[in-house]
Design a protein around this ligand. Structure first.
Ligand SMILES: [Zn+2]
Length: 510
């Protein structure tokens, strides 16, 4: 991506009132491709607030980012404007020698789109950008927090041109998007600039779409039109939406400078995608990604372990249940389109099964279990290379878990019903146990599920394609290394017919 000379001024003010928000001002009209941050601290900090922590990672990214690498000219001042001593503690902390005297911080942060990082490159959708006509703010790339102050409320304002639109899931108060704490700020990307906008409602919840398209090829109206069926089918699958509003932020770039994709949040999702002609195939691809991201409102955003609940920005900590957060989400995003009638059986088999099998086998190491992929996700190197298999092997494993559950329950209690029950049982503020989840899941369902998890999630036994697909009356045929055929069995047994019915039409409210 081109480097563009626009100055960003971030002004951060701490209020002396405990519940008054920290205020961040972003001024994209003043200068270069670096965020200039000014942080005002009106109240007295204590000794325990002496560390200013930049994030090492952010929830849902499963990558180590070490934002401290992008920070320069870090300066601390007292109320008379006298410089205070600070010490950089690699990779992400600045220690303030006399925090009680601290009045303000000034520092610069390089925008990620224009910064080439050889080690641990940052995905574009988890980065930030400042262009002449738009700004993308993912707050973890611009800001940190004082030790002990992760829970302090924070407000952020983007001061763009008068004809700019600004999109975020956060609510506005006195001109600022207000987040309850640093976690919510990071959970709420902001996009501002010459954006197109479209809106609808889903089960009474406003759904907003903001789109930036570098050459104006894609707009919010066409995305909404394409997305409507997916959203309606998602609502049916979920019975009740777990959100009361939702915002899609799309950023289409002509020449991506890094890995593109999408990032899920509690009330929004943000997409950085290479701009293409808005053909039906191109739009379908975008909607497939949106279906996946939207389903993250279930997991990990609602159903997660204690590791995700109290997020550690300082030290990346892996949860072994990545299979649930990403694998099950990927499965749900495909199966809901099929069960909702948006795609047919052939399309589901092609995208939800065959492609998953081929890609998983050709591009990833079979001996890496889903647990190992989770454990190694933050480690770069081989961990980063194998991570992508969570969307293939993880999704297939979810497919077979669903079939196993339907089999054990006589077609009444599949993975969808398990998810609906998990939403009731857990949720934000009520995490499941990282250690005992498989036991708890077996108790909620069937003892056999413990064995399934052991074989295909904790260990890495070969997935039983033929055996499991046969249960629902589908014949698996390995034609070549890169070709698989999956077709309906000609004379299915009664039990195969029954399970196929349950599997393919399982959208009733139970
Ligand atoms: Zn995902």
């Amino acid at each position: 991506m081109k480097s563009i000379n626009i100055l960003i001024l971030l002004l951060v003010c701490f209020s002396s009132m405990a519940q008054q928000p920290i205020l961040i001002n972003v001024d994209p009209l003043s200068n270069p491709d670096t965020f200039f941050v000014k942080l005002e601290v009106p109240q007295k900090l204590s000794k325990k607030n002496n560390v200013f922590q930049f994030p090492a990672t952010a929830p849902g990214t499963y990558q180590t980012m070490n934002i401290g690498r992008l920070v320069s000219d870090f300066q601390a001042y007292d109320k008379k404007g006298k410089r205070l001593k600070t010490t950089f503690s690699a990779p992400n902390q600045y220690i303030i020698a006399k925090p009680k005297k601290l009045k303000s911080l000034h520092y610069k942060v390089a925008e990620t789109f224009d910064t080439q990082l050889k080690d641990l490159p940052i995905y574009m959708m988890a980065g930030s950008s400042i262009e002449r006509e738009n700004v993308l703010v993912n707050a973890h790339t611009l800001s940190g927090y004082f030790s002990g102050m992760q829970k302090t409320p924070v407000g952020i304002r983007v001061n763009g041109k008068s004809d700019w639109k600004t999109g975020s899931a956060l609510k506005v108060k006195d001109g600022y998007f207000i987040a309850e704490n640093f976690d919510e700020l990071v959970d709420s990307p902001i996009m501002s600039g010459k954006l197109s906008f479209a809106e609808t409602t889903l089960a009474g919840a406003p759904i907003q779409i903001y789109t930036f398209s570098e050459n104006g090829k894609v707009n919010s109206e066409m995305l909404l039109k394409e997305m409507t069926q997916m959203l309606n089918s998602a609502e049916k699958f979920l019975v009740k939406l777990p959100v009361d509003h939702y915002t899609f932020l799309f950023y289409f770039v002509e020449n991506p400078s890094g890995v593109t994709g999408a990032w899920e949040h509690s009330y929004s999702s943000e997409y950085v995608i290479e701009e293409g002609e808005p053909t039906p195939a191109f739009l379908k691809q975008v909607i497939d990604i949106a279906s996946h991201e939207f389903f993250h409102v279930i997991t990990p955003l609602n159903i997660h372990s204690e590791i995700i609940e109290s997020f550690n920005f300082e030290k990346p900590t892996a949860s072994q249940h990545l299979w649930l957060y990403e694998g099950v989400t990927e499965w749900a995003s495909h199966i809901q389109l099929f069960r909702g009638g948006v795609t047919n059986l052939d399309q589901y088999i092609a995208n939800g099964l065959k492609q998953k099998i081929i890609v998983s086998e050709l591009y990833f190491k079979p001996e890496w279990s889903l647990k190992k992929i989770a454990d190694e996700s933050f480690n770069g190197g081989e961990g980063a290379k194998q991570y992508g298999n969570i969307y293939y092997k993880g999704s297939l494993t979810a497919s077979y878990l669903d079939i196993r559950l339907l089999e054990l329950s006589g077609g009444t209690f599949g993975l969808r019903e398990v998810l609906l029950d998990l939403i009731k049982k857990y949720g934000k503020g009520n995490p499941f146990s990282e250690e005992t989840f498989f036991d708890d899941l077996a108790k909620m369902t069937f003892p056999e599920i413990k064995d399934f998890a052991n074989k295909y999630i904790l260990k890495s036994e070969d997935l039983p394609h033929e055996e499991y697909l046969a249960k629902i009356g589908l014949k698996y045929n390995r034609v070549a290394k890169n070709k698989v055929e999956i077709t309906p069995i000609e004379n299915p047994s009664n039990s195969q017919k029954m399970l196929f019915e349950a599997w393919s039409k399982n959208m009733e409210v139970k």
